[in-house]
Design a protein around this ligand. Structure first.
Ligand SMILES: Cc1cc2nc3c(=O)[nH]c(=O)nc-3n(C[C@H](O)[C@H](O)[C@H](O)COP(=O)(O)OP(=O)(O)OC[C@H]3O[C@@H](n4cnc5c(N)ncnc54)[C@H](O)[C@@H]3O)c2cc1C
Length: 473
């Protein structure tokens, strides 16, 4: 069997590695548009901050590791079209156009960063200090700007998780950062109350944050970049003069190669796959940021995450070599470190649950990460969402200091979602306890107890959600 993957990042490499595990006799070729197979793009902010000194260390495996495992790598080669009946891909590479035959094909072309409609953005690029951030090549370009232009001030457009990671990274380099977000809060994937805690953390570390602020233009003037913006509720012009502009406003799925071959795609361009990661084209699978994702609570969703791309790629690789495994689904679990804080979520927020037809209640709580008498106890802010009718857990959000292990507590909640637990059943979980690290009721359990109380209260008398004072802590 000849397996070809188009894409050499999380999705494509995971497919290739799994195919070889299942059938060491399979001939695996991985084609990728750039020269960086199997790199952790998630680590780019930590290279740009200086935490990771050498960009090569971001490789999960080196090219020679992959070749030693039996993968034939074709780098700097872009697939232009797929001849589905002829079972070959037509590609442009360093030696011109060529045809690459396959028996099974995995498309893992990922996503492309969004370029918002801001005047001037289409005229400027890395040479001017204007950057997108999606690939290792982009990371090199940002590093070149930082060193060549002796950057002292930067504007980051977007305050999603990559924008926040970059605010921390550039601050660590001594660069004054202004962060502009058109929505009313930073980290809009969390509830505003938690977003505000993250905004305060940015502020405490010197990042100038402007929410509800829409960038209108970027232009080069006198060797510097001038960014103009206005608040969404006030047309008065705002302006910054900086050396670097970073645009991190989300991604859109790159499904056009598959679509042009006849694959079914969503209106947004994500390739439709079944849970075996099969497209509607014979012998063609797809995985990662280019596909729609099965969500355990929503059914169909689009969740461009590295964790998901790895799992889906592995399933595509297994099934392309004769397997029958299904993708179990995502809960949208994610965490981000912002200076000394971690913000995390899994499942649905209140408005998302309502839109999906649930009857959600969301209850806020605070709890210490460990017993207050042991030094260093810190507060975790939690929000629990569950369905009033069924009691089913729908989602949890948390913000706390790094030492409060918010990222692992969210994983307990994610596990509960996978197990279809009711909110109340979280209290039954046998979680660990020792005073320096926890409490008899873990912070997650302390947060769900007021949810259970409120859900059992008739709606007409439901009080405003308050922090819990759980008994027996
Ligand atoms: C800065 C940053 C930080 C992130 N942090 C996190 C994180 O902390 N946690 C998390 O879960 N996710 C994170 N992500 C998201 C995660 O990196 C992506 O979800 C993941 O890389 C998707 O993998 P993929 O293989 O689907 O696509 P991509 O990584 O986008 O790779 C696409 C591949 O396809 C190739 N390609 C595209 N078109 C063609 C073509 N026509 N021909 C040949 N090759 C082609 C590309 O060269 C590349 O090899 C982050 C992303 C970024 C940019």
């Amino acid at each position: 069997v000849r397996l070809l993957t188009v894409g050499g990042s999380d999705g494509g490499i995971s497919a290739a590695l799994r195919a070889l595990e299942v059938d060491p006799g399979v001939e695996v070729t991985v084609m990728l548009a750039d020269a960086y197979p199997n790199f952790s793009v998630c680590g780019i902010p930590y290279y740009l901050s200086g935490d990771v000194a050498d960009w090569r260390d971001l490789a999960h495996r080196s090219g020679s590791d992959l070749e030693a495992l039996g993968i034939h790598l074709v780098t700097d080669t872009t697939a232009r079209s797929i001849d589905v009946d002829g079972h070959h891909v037509i590609a442009d590479g360093p030696t011109g156009e060529w045809q690459v035959p396959y028996d099974k094909l995995v498309i893992a072309t990922g996503a492309v960063p969004v370029r918002p409609p801001i005047a001037g953005l289409d005229r400027y690029g890395p040479a001017d200090g204007v950057h997108l951030l999606h690939t290792i090549g982009d990371a090199h370009a940002v590093m070149a700007t930082i060193t060549d232009r002796a950057v002292s001030a930067a504007v980051i457009i977007g305050a999603g998780y990559i924008g926040l990671e970059m605010a921390e990274a550039l601050t660590a380099r001594g660069i004054a950062v202004t962060q502009l977000e058109q929505l009313p809060q930073v980290l809009p994937t969390l509830d505003p109350q938690l977003g505000q805690i993250v905004a305060d953390e940015l502020d405490a570390h010197g990042v100038e944050v402007h929410t509800a602020t829409r960038v209108t233009s970027v232009e080069v003037d006198g060797g510097r970049l001038v960014v103009r913006a206005a608040r969404t509720d006030d047309p008065a012009p705002l302006q910054w003069s900086v050396d670097l502009v970073m645009v991190v406003t989300g991604v859109t799925p790159d499904g056009h190669l598959a679509a042009s071959a006849g694959a079914d795609v969503t209106p947004r361009g994500a390739i439709r796959v079944d849970r075996c990661m099969r497209t509607n084209l014979p012998d063609v699978y797809a995985a990662g940021d280019c596909v729609i994702t099965h969500h355990i609570l929503l059914g169909e969703s689009y969740l461009p995450l590295g964790t998901t791309a790895h799992k889906q790629g592995r399933i595509a690789g297994e099934n392309a070599t004769g397997g029958h495994r299904q993708f179990a689904g995502s809960a949208g679990t994610q965490a981000v470190k912002v200076f000394d804080l971690v913000a995390a979520r899994t499942g649905l927020r209140d408005h998302e649950a309502t839109a999906a037809g649930y009857q959600p209640i969301t209850v806020a709580a605070t709890a210490d990460d460990h017993k207050a008498y042991y030094p260093g106890a810190q507060t975790i802010h939690l929000r629990t969402t569950g369905d009033r009718g069924t009691g089913r857990l729908l989602g949890v959000q948390m913000v706390g200091a790094i030492a409060t292990a918010v990222h692992k507590r969210i994983d307990t909640a994610a596990t509960a979602l996978f197990a279809h637990l009711d909110v109340d059943q979280l209290n039954d979980l046998d979680l660990s306890y020792t005073p320096p690290l926890g409490s008899p009721w873990d912070a997650l359990q302390a947060a769900v107890q007021p949810w259970v109380l409120q859900a059992s209260t008739p709606a007409w008398s439901a009080a405003t959600p308050t922090s819990p004072t759980p008994s027996a802590r």
